[in-house]
Write a protein that binds this ligand. Structure first.
Ligand SMILES: Nc1ncnc2c1ncn2[C@@H]1O[C@H](COP(=O)(O)OP(=O)(O)OP(=O)(O)O)[C@@H](O)[C@H]1O
Length: 581
């Protein structure tokens, strides 16, 4: 019933999240046992009460029986209140801890993981699967334990009353177990497909909503609609398949009940009539009542086992995130101190995003400390990747990257990254105020510091005008140039010794660009600055320029050197000069 993976997942969940709560779990188990004993006592008392009635006993005995039965069920009611409260508290606590651990774990994963994982898949695991699991562990499992305890205790009593009758009733059990086995494995298969379909649906919604501008302009609403409707259809079909697999369970238990009742009424009646088996009418009625008390829990227990398989899929979905391990981590002997103002060097660096497409093969570059170096080249030639290697968003697969002579993979990642101010191409804007967005890179900055950064980046006026108003999801209420100026303001605020500017001013109009560039030039004074730009007029002032082509340095020198070489750079510069005038 459980694969090795399931067992490993259950054991992981138990050890990580439930084991520490063992005393509480025992308390729940104790209360569940009390509930089971209440049923057993109820049966015994009913038998006594029936005898009082059948054999015209004393009325006081009947009153006593009624009083005890009432007290017993009151006890069960109290337990029925306490058990779910306690179990939901335990389960939601365990799942909350699991969610927190997952978030902590996600934060450690490499950028590469997020670049290949669909957002819907992550949301599915962190939200839906974790919630589903919480419900299952908290309520369904505790109910199942309660049902199992009731079945065991009441069955024990019934075996004690008539082993023969009970054994006869068990004949049907193997058929039920086989059916359950079949249903479980079917559900497991369908559930895995259901999770994939849900993940794809969520990703679809995310892509549609963030890409709405493109969707509308391209008039692709019907296509998007059809895509999402197809996904909902698929989810509906899967739900129906799941339901029809589960639907077999209840009727099977009902058929079993029918078989057993007939057997007990017929066989038990015959045993009473024959008088050889020590059973009387009251005993048989109590026996039937006992069976009735078992069948209801048996129905829910059976459907629990059917659902268990689906939840094992959820558990595996969540745990699979833990199987993702970061490859970019602090070395055991990593240190924090290094010469932040020193030269940066790539020495014989080899790198590829995927093994079929090598990008850098023994690439060597040098960026002088305190100087401005530009990297230019055709799109896709690897300029942004160079910057990613410096900040260890990706690690080189061969060769080494050093700053001030220290290999960056010997440094604490936090210390390394805190040395950089980056204006990247993909600017992330959060749905909070403009000032908060600038402050994001330095949460302890004062209002005056944020304002100074905003002024330098020519965004102070807008910041003033918008006040606390949030900027919309992903900064949707801003223009591209405004977003870029927020990114530049962040760089000003961060004041790190190394400045990486990747197409930092590409979205600005000429007038604003001139102003921002002057400010950036002031900012980069004395800092090691790397500029990636397509517009070559933006980098003519650089102390050194590298020209990349398909992952190789094909030319390098100052602007004047490169023009004199009359190579690729000179060609690009000439062509741009002609088109920009
Ligand atoms: N996350 C990624 N996964 C796989 N391949 C990638 C990834 N990022 C970039 N690439 C590929 O690596 C190559 C270099 O990309 P890179 O972004 O460094 O180029 P670039 O010179 O900065 O281009 P551009 O001028 O267009 O910004 C490209 O062929 C690109 O398709």
């Amino acid at each position: 019933m459980f694969s090795e993976l399931d067992r490993a997942n259950i054991s992981w969940f138990w050890h990580e999240y439930l084991k520490s709560k063992t005393p509480w779990l025992f308390l729940v188990l104790g209360m569940i046992t009390v509930q089971g004993i209440v049923y057993q006592q109820f049966l015994a008392l009913t038998e006594d009460g029936l005898r009082v009635i059948f054999e015209s006993g004393a009325l006081s005995d009947l009153v006593r029986v009624c009083g005890i039965v009432f007290a017993l069920f009151t006890t069960r009611a109290v337990m029925s209140y306490l058990i779910p409260r306690l179990s939901v508290w335990l389960a939601s606590g365990a799942v909350m801890k699991m969610r927190r651990d997952l978030i902590d774990h996600l934060m450690t994963l490499d950028l590469a993981f997020f670049e290949r994982t669909q957002s819907g898949e992550l949301i599915l695991r962190l939200v839906n699967q974790a919630e589903g699991l919480s419900q299952f562990v908290g309520q369904a499992t505790v109910n199942a334990v309660r049902d199992a305890a009731t079945i065991l205790i009441v069955s024990g009593y019934l075996i004690y009353k008539s082993p023969l009758l009970f054994t006869a009733a068990l004949i049907i059990l193997p058929t039920i177990l086989l059916l359950l086995q079949h249903v479980s494995s079917t559900i497991k298969q369908i559930q895995a497909t259901a999770e994939n379909a849900l993940g794809a649906y969520m990703t679809g919604i995310d892509e549609m909503s963030s890409g709405m501008r493109t969707v509308k302009i391209a008039g692709q609403e019907p296509v998007e609609r059809a895509r999402l409707v197809r996904a909902t259809d698929q989810i509906r079909n899967i739900s129906i398949r799941l339901q029809s697999a589960q639907a077999l369970v209840m009727p099977a238990i009902d058929m079993m009940a029918a078989f057993v009742y007939v057997l007990v009424i017929g066989g038990g009646g015959w045993m009473v009539l024959s008088g050889d088996f020590g059973l009387d009418g009251a005993g048989i009625i109590a026996y039937l009542l006992g069976l009735a008390l078992i069948f209801d829990p048996a129905r829910t227990l059976a459907s629990f086992f059917a659902k268990l398989q689906a939840n094992l899929i959820l558990l595996d979905g969540i745990r699979s995130l833990y199987r993702e391990t970061p490859s970019i981590t602090d070395a055991p002997d990593a240190h924090e101190a290094f010469d932040r103002a020193g030269d940066i060097a790539l020495e014989d660096v080899t790198f590829c995003y995927d093994s079929d497409h090598p990008l850098f093969d023994t690439l060597s570059m040098r960026f002088d400390g305190g100087k401005v170096t530009a990297i230019v080249g055709a799109t896709g030639s690897g300029k942004t990747t160079v910057l990613s290697l410096l900040t260890r968003l990706y690690d080189a697969q061969g060769g080494q990257v050093t700053i001030g002579g220290t290999r960056i993979d010997r440094l604490k990642i936090r210390a390394l990254r805190s040395s950089f101010s980056v204006v990247a191409q993909d600017i992330v804007i959060f749905n909070s105020s403009l000032a908060d967005n600038i402050r994001y890179v330095r949460p302890d900055a004062t209002d005056a510091q944020v304002r100074a950064a905003a002024e330098a980046a020519e965004i102070a006026e807008l910041m003033e005008a918008r006040g606390d108003k949030p900027l919309g999801p992903k900064g949707s209420q801003l223009s591209g140039g405004q977003k870029q100026r927020i990114a530049i303001a962040r760089a000003f605020l961060r004041e790190s010794p190394i400045l990486l500017l990747d197409e930092a001013t590409s979205a600005l109009d000429q007038k604003t660009e001139d102003k921002v560039k002057r400010a950036l030039n002031r900012l980069s004074e004395g800092k090691t600055t790397l500029i990636v730009a397509h517009r070559l007029s933006a980098i003519t002032h650089a102390d050194w320029i590298y020209v990349l082509d398909a992952g190789r340095v094909v030319e390098q020198g100052t602007h004047a050197d490169l023009l004199a070489q009359e190579g690729l750079y000179a060609g690009m510069y000439g062509a741009q000069k002609q088109s920009y005038g």
